[in-house]
Write a protein that binds this ligand. Sequence first.
Ligand SMILES: NC(=O)c1ccc[n+]([C@@H]2O[C@H](COP(=O)([O-])OP(=O)(O)OC[C@H]3O[C@@H](n4cnc5c(N)ncnc54)[C@H](O)[C@@H]3O)[C@@H](O)[C@H]2O)c1
Length: 252
Amino acid sequence: MNLLQDKVIIITGGASGMGRAGARIFAEEGARVIVADLNEEQALETEREVMAAGGICKAFRYDATSSADTERLVASTIAEFGKLDVAWANAGLPAPFATVEAYDEDLFDRLMAVNIKGPWLLAKHAAPALKDSRGSLIITASLSGLKGRANHSGYQAAKGGTVMLTRSLAKEFAPFGVRVNSLCPVAADTPMLPQFLDESGGLMSRDELAAGIPMGRLATAEDVARAALFFASDLSAFVTGVNLPVDGGTSA
Ligand SMILES: NC(=O)c1ccc[n+]([C@@H]2O[C@H](COP(=O)([O-])OP(=O)(O)OC[C@H]3O[C@@H](n4cnc5c(N)ncnc54)[C@H](O)[C@@H]3O)[C@@H](O)[C@H]2O)c1
């Protein structure tokens, strides 16, 4: 049985990492996938990869901070595929570690714009279509939204915001049969990871990070995408408002 047969799914940040893994896995489960990303070239690469494997995928250039882009993304999805079942707000901006005194103010504003306002805009513009389909909204938050870590204030504040955004929207959408859940991954081995590590002024090396995770390794993009698959599918039909750690036991 295909878990997502004929579902129409938007994945933002689908040009790379978790989003690209999700596009591959969702298409294998029968979904038609729209990968929306600022990086159009890499989004097209995701499209080619999924289509070459026999799936249905379409790349869409979009800036998560733009209300107009988000509106166009949803409208063009419905024009092309007739409906929207799942919207996965996964695009995100990393940040180097810095004390609050040294934290760059412009970066702080960008983190709020991409990591909180981005998912909020997707919820806003996708809401009517998700209510029509009694669909599912998924947000990639982070373990950084659940547990404090020094010198990471802007990124953590933004991801903490998405955790509460998930709870708030879950309550708002529940009467319409729309579910809202988030994924809270620990450090994941994606192209974003180096920006959190020692060599970029982060706190630890890759090995030290992995040693701090009870299961002894970093998350993979596929670990996170498979958790998203649960929220996208009808297997989670009565699950909403959950901020799910995907963290190898770190928060246990
Ligand atoms: N990698 C980790 O350690 C980790 C851990 C926890 C949570 N996360 C979160 O997971 C999500 C996916 O990250 P990833 O690890 O796959 O990283 P990634 O860098 O591989 O992918 C992020 C994607 O988001 C896109 N993006 C960034 N800003 C955008 C914007 N304004 N509009 C549209 N697209 C934009 C990028 O172009 C990129 O394709 C992010 O929200 C990230 O914050 C990552």
